[in-house]
Design a binder for this molecule. Structure first.
Ligand SMILES: [Ca+2]
Ligand SMILES: [Ca+2]
Ligand SMILES: [Ca+2]
Length: 292
């Protein structure tokens, strides 16, 4: 018996070919849906990471304003800074921010070693200009590295350069750097096939404006008076000494406690002056006079 010339019809009147075509279309739609969902989920995680980095930066700037210094890095993973550690993970407990990014990893964190001690050391280093510590190359700018005050990095979701560390390096092209250890410099870059880290850094000038206010102190020593020693009691150092009849200007940080003493190194006794010391100075300028 011969096979029928027309394709067989089911009870709804669709040919098998029509059903097959519909099945393929449904399959394509479902597959596309999955990949769109995946893309949206990835974008959501990336945006949440950018928000987390912004919160972290705000917390760091506020921490510096309150404490006069950056927190050291955390090197033992307990969330608290470890003294004198310039690279490690974010000390999230000291900063009072969430412990990890949306990828459930703690941020990498590095600072300039001069900015973790106290306000005078930090401000003196910032005023002089940073000349050591972590450096970064920014993929949106010149291919030259520059010194920064602090840097914090999310690894992003992947170890895209497949070096066994979820932080990535860019080792070819005009902008190169390595976020696994910041050697010779860190790198901020838009995502590429081999790099998906998210990087935020704080420059010296940005920190300076939030932290350091200087004033000029004039000290006049009366004619015939013995040498007077001008002491910064906050730092425990002599700013200088002035012989009788002399006058000197000092640039000091607002809030510094000044003493005028009869001997070097905090020795001797307080010398009578107008106004009397010890005194805490603030404002733009100040004059202390030792009467003859
Ligand atoms: Ca710690
Ligand atoms: Ca990565
Ligand atoms: Ca990597």
């Amino acid at each position: 018996m011969k096979a029928p010339l027309l394709p067989s019809l089911n009870k709804h009147g669709f040919t098998l070919i029509e059903i097959a075509i519909v099945m393929v279309i449904i399959g394509l739609l479902a597959g596309g849906g999955v990949s769109i969902m995946g893309m949206l989920t990835q974008r959501k995680a990336r945006n949440e990471t950018i928000d987390y980095l912004k919160e972290t930066k705000e917390a760091l700037i506020n921490y510096v304003t309150i404490n006069g210094k950056l927190p050291w890095a955390d090197t033992d993973g307990d969330g608290n800074q470890n003294n004198n550690a310039t690279s490690g993970t974010l000390p999230y407990l000291d900063l009072e921010v969430r412990p990890s990014d949306p990828y459930k990893r703690v941020l990498r964190y590095g600072i300039n070693s001069n900015l973790g001690t106290d306000r005078p050391t930090t401000c003196n280093a910032l005023k002089a200009g940073l000349s050591s510590g972590p450096r970064v190359i920014d993929g949106d700018g010149a291919a030259t590295s520059f010194y920064i005050a602090a840097i914090f990095i999310s690894s992003g979701p992947m170890d895209l350069d497949s070096d066994g560390d979820v932080f990535d390096a860019i080792t070819s092209g005009s902008h190169q750097g390595d976020n696994t250890d910041g050697t010779p410099n860190y790198i901020r870059h838009t995502p590429i096939d081999t790099f998906d880290d998210l990087v935020v850094y704080i420059g010296g000038n940005e920190l300076y404006g939030n932290l350091c206010e200087y004033l000029t102190l004039a000290v006049n020593n009366g004619t015939g008076e013995p040498t007077a020693y001008v002491r910064d009691a906050n730092q425990g150092i002599d700013l200088g000494n002035i012989s009788g009849g002399g006058s000197t200007l000092y640039e000091i940080i607002s809030g510094t406690r000044i003493e005028i003493r009869s001997s070097a190194g905090g020795g001797g006794s307080i010398i009578l002056s107008d106004p009397p010391t010890p005194i805490c100075l603030a404002g733009n300028g100040f004059t202390i006079t030792i009467p003859p």
